[in-house]
Design a protein around this ligand. Sequence first.
Ligand SMILES: NC(=O)c1ccc[n+]([C@@H]2O[C@H](COP(=O)([O-])OP(=O)(O)OC[C@H]3O[C@@H](n4cnc5c(N)ncnc54)[C@H](O)[C@@H]3O)[C@@H](O)[C@H]2O)c1
Ligand SMILES: [Zn+2]
Length: 415
Amino acid sequence: MNPGLPIQKESDGRLVYRGQERPSLSIAGVAEQIVPVTLGQRSYDIILHPGLLATVGDRLSAFTTSPKIGIVTDRHVASRYLQGTLRSLCKAGYDPTPIILPPGERTKTLGTIAKILDALARHKFERQSLLLALGGGVIGDLTGFAAAIYQRGIPFVQVPTTLVAQVDSSVGGKTGVDHRLGKNLIGAFYQPRAVLIDPLTLRTLPRREWIAGLAEVIKYGIIADEEFFAFLEQEIPALLKLDEEPVIHAIKRSCEIKAQVVAADERESDRRRILNYGHTIGHALESLAGYRGLIHGEAVGIGLVQEADLACYMGLCGREVGERIRSLVQRAGLSEQVSQASFASLWGAMQHDKKVVGGRVIGVWPVRIGEVVIRPIEQQVCAAWFQCKHGRGSRPSSGRQPGKHPVRRKARARR
Ligand SMILES: NC(=O)c1ccc[n+]([C@@H]2O[C@H](COP(=O)([O-])OP(=O)(O)OC[C@H]3O[C@@H](n4cnc5c(N)ncnc54)[C@H](O)[C@@H]3O)[C@@H](O)[C@H]2O)c1
Ligand SMILES: [Zn+2]
């Protein structure tokens, strides 16, 4: 081996790194990708690397001086990735405590937060002890909120294992839980110290979850980057096969766009709203389905297409914009249809979203691929669009009287 190279062979055959910096190539031969999230003192990096999970322990020393690490995860993720994570943490000299929760949205409650806090107190976690969120968006939202409130804030690191979590929920610092009267009703803005993404974990993700996550990826192309949208149009067959290179590019570009938007408006007072494209109708559909049947990304996929159609109806974009979005959403294996019955109650459900100001729904509308505008929409315009789509019998409800659809009891505030 060339003695000038930083990687050298030991007498026992091991390859060791003797350079000044970390080697940039992973076990899979893919360079480590770093996306900075610039938020002043709360800045952090998103690190993306196939095989990263095996090196998690070596990456935490910058964020904690305490040996105690709490790994919050769910049963599905624990069965696949907990042992490897524990091994990496122990090798790096940490004293990890796993906190294993039931999988699914129903776990995202204040009751679960109380259980996490109990475990932290029982194990004498201190101000410097760190929490690791190992799982999807449910685990990330719960762990971040627990970290925000235990001893008024302890460090936490996101290790997202679903596509939704890798491209969306782990970045940006929205944490929290659901309330019986509304999804994401309780929470805090609290940024992680790092987001560590191992795309190899996506190989075990159920296909339905993978495809749902693609809706959020497509959203980024529509709101901010036509070139990325064109990349997705070309690479969607490879993405559906989980080919490593396009998958890594799709995650990285999505994270870059989210990081830029969050850096410009951390607390969603203005520009961050563009991340809600597809979510006005998407959230309404999720709520109408009572959070069963449709998973979030599936509802967003429908929202991407229908909101583009509505934008086109309002004269904000050309028909070709809607057609490109529809075609990509279809090719990704997502549905874009709304049943006639849903249309009838859609306006009512849209009224209960937190994007409503003074009775008007604040929407995000494409003007072309790669650019959106934020505008309120009036009920009459939405009604006329419903009418135009489905003719008679599809008048929207007023949003005040029916009380028949689940939106009254469920979700009032959502992302
Ligand atoms: N904080 C934010 O900004 C933000 C943004 C978007 C969504 N969210 C929240 O995220 C949640 C949805 O996240 P999600 O879609 O990741 O759902 P999830 O966390 O429920 O994960 C989906 C399913 O996949 C399983 N799973 C996770 N990783 C796996 C893997 N690698 N292999 C096999 N199975 C795996 C989980 O156990 C679960 O059953 C919602 O609660 C939503 O409100 C938050
Ligand atoms: Zn979303």
